[in-house]
Design a protein around this ligand. Structure first.
Ligand SMILES: Cc1ncc(COP(=O)(O)O)c(C=O)c1O
Length: 463
């Protein structure tokens, strides 16, 4: 029997995937069906009897496709969401077909070896310590949780408190100092970890933590301390001054964590590496592969300088597990069972090489610079940030006009930036995160904004 005849549902899925991918550059961004419409098509009472796999796949495709947002479009700039490199996507299909549980090295050596190779390449590409511990998690939020759990346990251990046996009730208060413009996932993680609200340190006009303010905050208190710095502000793309932060933090025996969900990758290109000066001096780092590296969802990466600290927080010794000499993957992340999400990371890095990776990151920054130049030349548009990396934030006159322009852009559907508030203003934020965003996409984007601005100005003539 022909292999295609044997598994017709796979053929159906492949054809649907190919059709979807073929429309990437031409399709409008928004979903055309609502959640209610899709739910109507896939919901209803739980069927008493099942249907053949190929029929299920075909029904799924027909129901869901109209409800998909074209996140993989070169004209998509919403939130911070990357596209998918071809090798990363293809290997992600294999991860599902192979169906390996990537938690134990000796049980599933194939995928664990690939993840280990990917981890070493990431450390090398980002200029981080070669012996650091690396864990593959769902995203930067969980990478922040993983790193900060290790940080919490380590700073408590340094004052004689064993979190693993003594818990958090009655523990010395752990101070967590963060920049005023840290990503909200840090605050969320504080809640997961029982650390309470972080203490915000003032940031400058680009959202960079101010070192003198950090010293002031540090000297105003005492006790076990973690400092969260940021590589890549979601509005400005700015990087905190890591050299100063690391020196100040370590003089105060504090742990430094860097949330570089999309910014850590600037270290991979000589053109932008200056932004990350001092980055390797931290104690832990978060990044995402599903943003700048352009792997499909989902993959975040938690990196901790001291692999023993990571294992102390996440190590497991149940009798039924196989144990390796070197920590097993499940000992570096909160999950025990998980998909081999590091495999597409390996494939992305293998298809790029060091030069291709630098080119990818440079390309995103070039497209952002091109956007900023084009948008800034439109009458009435203000580019609000210094465009140093992949983020461009604009306003069009007052808040109401900016909001009308955004509404028009979303209604037209050709491009997709994000609505946001920054520095007390309504803004439109562009995050260039897709390897496919080329000059043609930039030109089309600038033209779309020019159309929306003109229409908004006619709708709301200047006062
Ligand atoms: C700086 C930063 N940290 C954390 C996150 C959360 O990432 P994820 O959605 O992958 O959990 C983001 C998302 O945009 C981010 O920009």
């Amino acid at each position: 029997m022909d292999i295609d005849d044997e598994r017709p549902e796979l053929k159906a899925a492949e054809q649907a995937a190919r059709r979807w991918l073929a429309g990437r550059t031409t399709r409008d961004i928004p979903a055309t069906a609502t959640w209610t419409e899709v739910l109507r098509a896939v919901g209803g009472p739980f069927p008493a009897t099942g249907r053949p796999p190929v029929e299920v796949v075909e029904r799924l495709v027909a129901a869901v496709e109209p409800g998909l947002m074209a996140i993989d479009s070169p004209r998509f700039y919403g939130w911070v969401m990357g596209g998918a490199l071809p090798a990363a996507l293809a290997s992600d299909w294999l991860v599902s077909a192979w169906d390996q549980n990537a938690g134990m090295r000796d049980a599933t050596p194939g995928v664990v070896a690939v993840e280990d190779a990917a981890a070493r390449w990431i450390l090398e590409a980002l200029g981080l310590p070669a012996g650091a511990g690396v864990g593959f998690v769902t995203g930067a939020t969980m990478a922040n949780a993983t790193c900060l759990a290790s940080a919490r346990d380590a700073v408590l251990a340094a004052v004689g408190w064993d979190q693993a046996s003594q818990g958090m009730a009655g523990a010395p208060r752990v101070r967590v100092l963060v920049g005023a413009e840290r990503h909200g996932s840090i605050d969320l993680v504080m809640r997961y970890l029982g650390l309470g609200a972080p203490e915000a340190v003032a940031a400058d006009e680009q959202g960079r933590l101010i070192p003198a303010e950090l010293i002031r905050a540090l000297t105003a208190g005492s006790g076990p301390t973690i400092i969260c710095a940021q590589a890549g502000n979601i509005h400005s793309g700015a990087f905190d001054p890591f050299e100063e932060i690391v020196a100040i933090a370590h003089a105060h025996h504090a742990w430094v964590h860097i949330d570089g969900a999309f910014g850590l990758w600037a270290a991979a290109t000589p053109r932008l590496a200056r932004l990350t000066a001092g980055q390797p001096g931290a104690d832990s780092w978060t990044t995402d592969a599903h943003k700048t590296l352009n792997t499909p969802y989902d993959c975040g990466i938690a990196i901790v300088r001291d692999p023993a600290a990571l294992r102390r927080s996440f190590g497991q010794h149940a009798a039924y597990l196989l144990h390796s000499e070197t920590p097993d993957p499940h000992e570096t992340v909160p999950e025990m069972s998980r998909r081999a999400r590091g495999v597409p990371v390996w494939a992305a890095l293998a298809t790029l090489g060091a030069q291709g990776l630098a080119g990818l990151v440079d390309g995103l920054a070039d497209a952002a610079a091109g956007l900023a130049a084009g948008l800034g030349a439109i009458e009435g548009v203000e580019v609000l940030n210094e465009v140093v990396y992949t983020q461009v934030t604009i306003a069009v006159g007052d808040d109401a006009t900016t909001e009308v322009v955004l509404a028009r852009l979303l209604a037209e559907g050709l491009i997709r930036p994000s609505a946001s508030q920054w520095q007390g203003r309504s803004v439109i934020r562009f995050s260039v995160s897709n390897h496919a965003t080329d000059e043609a996409a930039v030109v089309a984007t600038v033209a779309a904004v020019a159309r929306a601005v003109e229409a908004a100005q006619q709708e709301r003539p200047p006062a």
